[in-house]
Design a protein around this ligand. Sequence first.
Ligand code: URA
Length: 292
Amino acid sequence: MRTRIGPAQAAWLAEIGVDAHWLGLLTEPPAPVARAASPPTTQPCASPAAGPDVPQLPAAPEAATPPLAPPAADAADGRSAPAAAPEEADRSRASTAELPDLEALERDILACETCGLHAGRTRAVPGAGRTEAPEYLIVGEMPGAADDAVGTPFEGQAGSLLRAMLACARLPRADSVYLTNVLKCRPPGGRAARAAEVAACLPHLRRQIEILRPRRILVLGRVAAQALLGTRATLDELRGREHAYALSDGTAIGLWVTHHPASLLVRPALKAQAWTDLVALARAVRGPAQPA
Ligand code: URA
């Protein structure tokens, strides 16, 4: 199949290290999306006008990407609320009322003093996004400086890169994601998480998963992956395949691991690997491509 891409797309492909091999992956005819009722994507990489086999990539990763989880906080109760379209906001508020456990958990997180991190935080950052049957729970390591200031996750550069890559891989719709971290409080200066801090905070994340019951979990980086999977395996050992996250009732949620976007900002050469992971995840979600 021939690939037709514009200069801006080529620049972005070069930026993330995508070569002809990955273009081959990208340009396979997309398999039918599992949920037929889903509205058409509004992600910047997908352009119905260009046809389904031409990947539409953003000229600049940060420019046209819709927020995964808008940073708006619900003034009434102080918790974060996903809201792109007004009707989505209404739906979210309705679902929040149906999730008293999540509200209680967020109150616990905001007041938590289990480890020493509470002393240095501006705000605890419980999480933000879709609370009603999210398609994805995305788990990072810890709040960044901007997140600590406003109380919602992935506000900074790493979040912008994450949004761009998810959109280009045509992963979740912007309004179907809940974002959170292993640590709910930012360590001083953003230093590395300590094992005792991870152990103290992990029960919050496990409770979030039990309450939210996302369809899938995408874990960013080694610290979060090792914590959630209870393993000392390396990131490379964990990437590229589906793991099972077991809920307390015995059901399992598919869990995928990739590089943390903050690592990608520091080591851009890893972007191609992250892209590979997201393409593999997208394929697993959509099923194998159908022969033409
Ligand atoms: N912001 C977050 O919320 N989490 C990260 O892991 C990095 C930045």
